[in-house]
Design a protein around this ligand. Sequence first.
Ligand SMILES: [Zn+2]
Length: 86
Amino acid sequence: MPFQRGPASEPGPGGLFRRRVRTVSRPDGVLQCNRCGGRTVLNTENGVVVKRGRRLRGTKVDTDICANCWTEGITVPMQAAVGKTG
Ligand SMILES: [Zn+2]
């Protein structure tokens, strides 16, 4: 018997809020989270060394991650436009 998909579920209050956030116009080129609408960017580095008072950069692990969603344990890449990457 082939798999049959059931009817689509209605989005809850959180889903409706996220849908509204995604459709709000944003300034051109501004990184914004498509999940929560936050604009705080988080970049993480591994292996940073401080030598003679100078900070040597480590290896980038994550770039342009939403800081608000990261506090909830969710990694969401920030996007400059809806439906586009980067
Ligand atoms: Zn977010």
